[in-house]
Design a protein around this ligand. Sequence first.
Ligand code: SAH
Ligand code: AVI
Length: 332
Amino acid sequence: MNGNHSVLADAIAISDFLQAESESEVIDAIFRGLSAAPKYISSRFFYDAKGSNLFEEITNLPEYYPTRTEKSILQRVSHEIITHNKYSDIVELGSGDCSKICILLEACGENEIENIRYFPVDVSEDAVLKSAEELVNKYPGLKVHGILADFMKHLQMLPGEGNRLICFFGSTLGNLENDQVLAFIRQIKKLMKKGDTLLLGLDMVKDIRVLEKAYNDQQGITAKFNKNILQVVNQLAGTNFDSLNFQHLAFFNPEKSRIEMHLKALKQQVISSPHFPETLGIKKGETIHTENSRKFSHDDILELANAADLSIQGIYNDQKDYFSLLQLICTG
Ligand code: SAH
Ligand code: AVI
């Protein structure tokens, strides 16, 4: 691993791959997205400290079924999953508040926890530091090695030397562009060793009303989460966005089988930054695409496992078939 490395406490180490990203790289990426037609901002930029907290609020909303559904599946099958192999390293991509890993760790005996290293991988420094501290206090003996990294750019750093359980929960895979999904899973497979397991949480296609409600909650938390991306961009790129000038939009796109989130301009605006080569105009009614959230079918799941050449050990669904947890094994 090449990231900037530091040891925070006996049981916590941190490697930072984001420090090496220059400010101009980030600003260029933002400028490119805002100059494109249609405009877009990468969903990676949702997760500053405020965005991570808003996402945690979303996970507790009555309309947002994915988190509680995936947790209930995990509760049911965690023992089976954790005892499938003797894992020494658990890696979690896009770990967030780490509340899902706790369900797996609860299924380990106290003696086993002492032999496990947990690697939360996330772009949100706040989320990684907070959860590392919480976890070592909650599970004495557990070693936590936080990785600050962008899994789209730094996947080669995939840590762990022993038998690995690699978790990618929350259907965060679905936030990738449709054509990136298979390539990403294939890339993970290339980095896996025989006996490693990939545990993948995927949100399933369902009644459009249920889907659209989950992204248009009554309290407006998802709208705040969506608009917060403009504050993050202001911070990172010195732009002059005023989120009051935008409206939250979230709808199901049946052709692409995904919820799309956008920000719609309520009036004509000029977007400027001292770091941009030119100012950008945005017309009234024009949208900025901020997120895709793919909803998978059973066929998609089989295609995914096949394309990655991973063998399916288990597909665990909830009763309503809202969410699916896949246990995929690398057999060579
Ligand atoms: N796994 C948790 C959190 C999901 S929210 C759950 O299931 O509830 C998505 C998480 O992925 C956030 O914590 C966000 O910071 C992180 N994330 C988003 N894009 C990322 C990227 N490109 N690289 C690394 N982490 C990313
Ligand atoms: C993290 N990701 C899988 C969430 C999702 O459902 O796509 C992010 C989110 N966006 C709006 N609400 C939740």
